[in-house]
Design a protein around this ligand. Sequence first.
Ligand SMILES: Nc1nc2c(c(=O)[nH]1)N[C@H]1C(S)=C(S)[C@@H](COP(=O)(O)OP(=O)(O)OC[C@H]3O[C@@H](n4cnc5c(=O)[nH]c(N)nc54)[C@H](O)[C@@H]3O)O[C@H]1N2
Ligand SMILES: Nc1nc2c(c(=O)[nH]1)N[C@H]1C(S)=C(S)[C@@H](COP(=O)(O)OP(=O)(O)OC[C@H]3O[C@@H](n4cnc5c(=O)[nH]c(N)nc54)[C@H](O)[C@@H]3O)O[C@H]1N2
Ligand code: SF4
Ligand SMILES: [Mo]
Length: 809
Amino acid sequence: MEHTHGTVLNTAIGRRSFLKGSAAVAVAAGIGASALGGEFAFADETPLNSTGETVKPGTCRGGCGAGCQMNVHVRDGKIVKTSRKQQTDPDVTRICNKGLTHALRVYAEDRLKHPMKRAGERGEGKWEQISWDEAITTISDKWTEVDEKYGPRSNAFLCGSGNITPDSQHGKRLCAAMGGTMLDAAQDRVFYAAFPPIVGAAKGPGGSGRGDIKNAKHVFIWGYNPSEADSQTYHYSLRAKVEHGAKMIVIDPTFTIAASKADLFVPIHPGTDGALALAMANVLVNEGLAKEDFMRSDTVAPCLVKDTNGKYLRLSDIGKATAGTPEDKCVVQAEDGTLGVLGEIPNPVIHGTFTVEGQAVTTAYDLLLERVAEWTPERASEICDVPVDTIKELAYMAQDGHNSINMGLGLDHLTNGMATFSSVLAMCMIAGQFGHPGNSAKGTWRGEIAIGWMPYGLANPKGAPGSQTFYSPALLNCMESGKYGEKDINIKTLYIWDHNLFGTQVGGVKWRKFLENVELLVVADVVMTSTANYADIVLPVCHYFECESASGDDTRYVFYNAKSAEPLYESKSDFEIFKTLFEKMDVLEYDFEDIDALMGTVFNNPVAQRINLTWDRLKKEGSILTFEPDERITGCEGTYGTPTGRLQFYQESIPLDTDYGQKIDFMKERLPYWEPPMEAWKENPLAEKYPLVFTSERSKYKVHTQYTRVPWLLEFEDEPYVAVNPADCQARGIADGDYIRMFNDRGTCTLRARYNNGIRPGMVVIDHGWDLNQFVEGFYCDLLGYNVTAVVANSYYFDTLIQMEKANI
Ligand SMILES: Nc1nc2c(c(=O)[nH]1)N[C@H]1C(S)=C(S)[C@@H](COP(=O)(O)OP(=O)(O)OC[C@H]3O[C@@H](n4cnc5c(=O)[nH]c(N)nc54)[C@H](O)[C@@H]3O)O[C@H]1N2
Ligand SMILES: Nc1nc2c(c(=O)[nH]1)N[C@H]1C(S)=C(S)[C@@H](COP(=O)(O)OP(=O)(O)OC[C@H]3O[C@@H](n4cnc5c(=O)[nH]c(N)nc54)[C@H](O)[C@@H]3O)O[C@H]1N2
Ligand code: SF4
Ligand SMILES: [Mo]
């Protein structure tokens, strides 16, 4: 790769030169420039000016979550462009810069054309073209051999978010049919794990719609970067502010685009949000602003917790029900001391420590208040680097009117993430922010039928041996012992698809070590990624506009995706590839006959039946709205989908994502708390050597490593850089635009530094999504820490310390 200074990064680029570049790209990709229109237009349905062009529906579905359906324009069998598609809801009639470049992805130079086997060392890039038959036979023979020698669990599978549809993810079902091991990259696990036990709704069915944000008085954007990462949702927040007068509050260490639009920007010290939330709760409680009636009616505040074991006092404890039966409800106490069942006693007490039939108990609310009392605004102010007055102002805003509190993955990507989510949610409860119009937030919305990730039932067909799951960051931690909890780790083959492991997982170097024991690594992808380049066998998968499917993602729709063109070269869809493997492995009984049968099963559920959503109807109509209006409110009836039917700031039992043999301090984890991130903390002794907190920002030019080689998008940003506060650079003799080397004990990475006063001193922020061979040297994912916590074995991308120096190149 050539590294010159005068790139589009620092040279003004006009529309004319942009179009010139784009046309050149089109020719290089083997499509006439005129076929791309010569016009970078946000044209709607209108076909281009020639005859013979057809327009088909395509769904863009690679991990961004927006799920836009678009027009795919086809001429002479070639996909020539994509354009925005009109929907009944103008708010989802959208496309973005990336969605407009799919034609370039279809005809990309780095598309995998044929099955290939490695002809040199792993990663050396030497290949021999082989037939599909040889590829499939090699894989299935090895799977059979491994199965016989080590057992079925030694054949592993790993799927990411390249194409979030049940047909692409079909390999999960194959894994279950073979009794194999699913590796889970454990991305966003805290975000997904936090909501069900606490609120009862996940970012899944039953949440509030985005259209409700306009009803909020305050819109909190907390560790969330919607202008880059959620561009099709961001406008709901902006309109709440501009058209409905909401105040926007952004809590983020970085001065993001959303921060630039905020009424209040709080540049918090990274990793301290839990302390901030608890201090806000402290202000609410101490200033008499806590919504105690709401705590009493909607939360577990009145539940009596036994001192002995932290469990709720239940009817069985006072001899009135059999333990473990549905009748064994939580006991609460009325003002006059009468005992009764939660929800049945009209005005239970929420404060106090008592002895009930010889058992010492305290209300759950008082236990929460003990934790809250530790976090005076003064103490939090020092840790969070947020003034006491700002903490108070935030607390006042949090309880004033009905608010939309949107937490993003900035909170998930740190080892203290689970405690942070529970602290913020507990503060929201004390502020009474559930169940009202205006209370919807990221994390609690979506259509009722969110076609996307393969549902558990589909992935685990009845009667099949079933799979076991290992979370990969935990796996890396357990690697030396060879034991994942009680289970043996003895992975001998690995099939990766929809995923760029090296480009997106923590612990890259450790992964390479892990793979030394893997005798066959298969990667199925559309393009040659750094992971595919490391494989023993690569399989060419078609672009998703070259096969039929459906998706929905964050919209309230289910969208049809037609096959717009024939798969190029020898590529095949994942579904087709897996189908052949089902057959070869003699487990066809668990396969679906065709895509119609698979989709028929996906829609075979009461929700789809209620709205008459069938695969046939979807194929005819192209898009179907699954619920309206877009203003559902979680908890508006005062009940929540948790075990107690209430908001649970207290966890009686701690649901575990995975059991890798970890030890849990149950008493600590039951309630919100704050402690520093495991690595990225100034008092960590490692900080002397590696003083900079290394995080990433999502790029509007990429979805993870997808689009990272699309020429149009490279015109905006042609090489990786890190944004750094000038003070940190000047202290190290680094000028704006210099190449620097970032390093720690895990790895090294050389790239350009870019001065940015919006970055907190002490932080270094890379735009995420560049792939391995796009760097001058090394790779940034190799630097990432892979500590895991007892409660959630997540990938904690932001819990990393590094040092940087001017590079010698
Ligand atoms: N440093 C850092 N790293 C991160 C994050 C971060 O914030 N910072 N975020 C993390 C998060 S939250 C996530 S969700 C992950 C995402 O991690 P990944 O799921 O690995 O994301 P992608 O890089 O998009 O990789 C998807 C791959 O699927 C391929 N693909 C596209 N369509 C198809 C198809 O139809 N079939 C097949 N077989 N392949 C296809 C693409 O070419 C691409 O190589 O990244 C994580 N990595
Ligand atoms: N264009 C594009 N869009 C995407 C993706 C993509 O790769 N590209 N990926 C998609 C995926 S899989 C996901 S999971 C989402 C995630 O999207 P978001 O939820 O927005 O998550 P992040 O981008 O990880 O981080 C959000 C913000 O957290 C801030 N942050 C970092 N550390 C802290 C902290 O300690 N405290 C606080 N308060 N803030 C902090 C960062 O500065 C950043 O502004 O985006 C999705 N959308
Ligand atoms: S990348 Fe995301 S926002 Fe852009 S068109 Fe695709 S689904 Fe929509
Ligand atoms: Mo993600």
